[in-house]
Design a protein around this ligand. Structure first.
Ligand code: GLC
Length: 611
């Protein structure tokens, strides 16, 4: 019996030794490939770079790029082609060891000290580390500020793009983009993965609210306005950039074609001809390029049963050559590796298709090894590597990352500032679309005797903000500064009004009907494929509350907080007025500005809403 146990222990020891050696070898395999040299002390002769041509801001951009590129080793070039999620860093110093070109915060990826100060010091520390490399090439940090810098809970949350689409207001979108850029820059983030210039199709898509609408000319106009808003930033020596996304045709995906088993349409097949793709989905990108957008993100959708990420015709022949895009192309999250199971081949295909910076976003050691292998084997040409890196460096020089060391801590005051919140409230009121207004019920009198308010979306900032708000999928409830729709109603009506709020519509005072009953229904927060939904009708619970409100009120108004048109055609006939408020963000009081007549009604449907 004793020998039996000894045998078991021996076998376990051998397995353990095998696993450790496999892991060690795996790591060593990567380390077998050359990494980037580090220069902690800039004063040694081989580390002095301040006098080199590429660090001379007086030199023409092309000369700076050519000079720097000519000095770079292959590992230093490959490092620039990686966009890594910050949580994937085994050690922050890997930023320098691998010479990483880009870092990002996926929504919800935040510093331990999750305050504006904490964000600023986190991003600046990453920048400092990146400059300890031999050539001191600064890392570029990107984030999704698609409706404000809502990575931070204190930030101003503007209406999601579907609401901005309803405003149709170019000047307003510019103001929103500039305010967003100012709040991002207060975290030293100069790269926004926005504007989304997808042209919308199926409202069942969980990303419907992220775009301006279904009319290519509206999307084009507002997409350009957003980029102009970013370009208007002049609060520091940096020149922040946006990203036109998702190239191309994501809005044309077909329900039921998602390659992700959890989703129904997101990451699905864009079932359109080349002609329709060109007519309907190319113009917004063409205009963004003409407006100087420095980066374009490739979508996770398929076209003609292939990932866009592997489509050399669309990325290189159309986007880069035919449309003259001279910035850099990034893949979307893990998009390169979704091309096929063999990660080496997938990466080679994505780079050769024309993607310049790969949002891996995890495996930077593997990428460093794979691309060195690919160049050694001739699977990727040195020219393709140099083209990709030159495009990335050019934009980094344009942003001013090489020429500016300091940041402006005072800019932190921009985050959630009263001025920005006023812009957001204006955007909310201009985004409101009246779907029905029997006998001109709206605007409601501020001096009504009794007003009932019901519905859990009436007093819920998390519902107003929707997805991409501190957490990827958003957070239900009141966790961020701002005003709810109920706050706005309370602020606007006269103090004499008997205003009663009951989330569930339980109003017990049957002595007198309310003059007006206001119901606010809303979608719970969602993002991307997790928001793919076939049944867009109101919940039974919401319909029951509306019935109770109707029994207790002379007239009722239903306000809908949603990222897309909901199905209300069987119910709307029972309501006196109906309002689409989309996902208004942190300044919900802007809704009251419209229903009580403080602001003119200007919003128009940016998409079809069959009533
Ligand atoms: C996401 C989205 C893209 C976003 C990126 C970084 O999956 O598709 O729009 O910019 O990853 O968060």
């Amino acid at each position: 019996m004793k020998y039996y146990y000894l045998l078991i222990i021996g076998v376990l020891l051998i397995i353990g030794a095998l696993l450790i050696s496999l892991f060690y070898f795996g790591e060593q395999k990567n380390q077998f490939f050359k990494l980037v040299d580090i220069c902690q002390d800039r004063h040694t002769i081989e580390c002095r770079t301040d006098q080199l041509p590429y660090n001379n801001p007086k030199l023409p951009l092309e000369k700076r790029v050519d000079d720097l590129l000519s000095r770079m080793t292959l590992p230093e070039k490959i490092g620039q082609m990686m966009l890594i999620e910050r949580n994937s860093l085994k050690n922050d110093n890997d930023i320098a060891l691998y010479g990483l070109g880009g870092l990002l915060s996926g929504m919800g990826s935040k510093p331990d000290l999750d305050t504006p100060e904490g964000w600023l010091s986190m991003v600046n520390e990453y920048g400092r580390i990146s400059k300890t490399t031999r050539l001191g090439i600064p890392v570029l940090y990107g984030a999704d500020a698609i409706h404000g810098h809502t990575n931070i809970k204190e930030a101003t949350a503007f209406p999601h793009f579907i609401g901005l689409g309803a405003t149709g207001d170019v000047e307003l979108v510019k103001k929103v983009a500039l305010a967003t850029t100012q709040e991002l820059a207060a975290s030293a983030i100069y790269w926004n993965f926005s504007p989304n210039v997808d042209v919308l199709g199926d409202p069942r898509w969980g990303r419907f609210y992220e775009s301006f609408g279904s009319d290519p000319s509206l999307v084009t106009r507002l997409g350009v306005a957003y980029l102009e808003g970013i370009a208007a930033y002049d609060s520091s020596p940096y020149h922040p950039i946006g990203t036109a996304k998702h190239f191309i045709g994501a809005g044309a995906m077909l329900w039921g074609t998602s390659v992700n088993k959890n989703f129904k349409i997101d990451q699905g097949e864009s079932d359109i001809s080349l002609d329709e793709l060109r007519q309907r989905h190319l113009p917004s990108f063409k205009a963004a390029i003409a407006a100087g957008v420095p980066s374009v993100m490739i979508g996770l959708n398929n076209w003609q049963n292939k990932k866009i990420s592997e489509n050399q015709y669309l990325i290189t022949d159309v986007l880069k050559k035919e449309m003259g895009f001279s910035g850099f192309v990034i893949s979307d999250w893990y998009g390169a590796y979704e091309i096929e199971n063999n990660k080496y081949k997938a990466t080679v295909t994505a780079v050769n298709a024309g993607i310049d910076m790969i949002m891996l976003p995890f495996e930077y050691k593997r990428f460093m090894a794979d691309i060195q292998t690919a160049v050694d084997k001739g699977d990727i040409s040195q020219e393709r590597i140099d083209d990709a890196v030159a495009r990335i460096l050019k934009v980094k020089f344009q942003i001013g990352l090489f020429d500016n060391l300091n940041y402006n801590p005072a800019a932190i005051a921009d985050i959630g500032s009263a001025e920005h919140r006023a812009i957001a409230r204006e955007a909310v009121s201009k985004s409101i679309v009246i779907l029905k207004n029997e006998k001109q019920l709206i605007p409601i009198s501020k001096f009504s005797k009794k007003i009932y308010v019901a519905g859990d979306a009436a007093d819920n900032l998390g519902i107003q903000l929707g997805g991409w708000s501190v957490e990827w999928q958003g957070i239900n409830g009141n966790w961020t500064p701002g005003t709810t729709i109920l706050d706005g109603i309370r602020e606007v009506v006269s103090p004499q009004v008997n205003l009663v709020y009951n989330k569930d519509g339980n109003f017990n005072d049957n002595s007198k009907l309310a003059d007006i009953g206001i119901m606010v229904v809303g979608e719970k927060p969602y993002a991307e494929g997790w928001g793919d939904k076939e049944d867009l009708s109101l919940s039974d619970n919401d319909l029951e509350i509306i019935d109770k409100l109707k029994k207790n009120s002379k007239k009722i108004i239903v306000i809908i907080i949603s990222g897309r048109p909901l199905v209300i055609k069987n119910e709307i006939k029972n309501w006196d007025a109906t309002v689409a408020a989309w996902l208004p963000g942190s300044e919900g009081a802007g809704v009251a500005d419209i229903i009580f007549g403080n602001k003119p009604i200007t919003g128009k449907l940016p998409v079809n809403w069959s009533l």
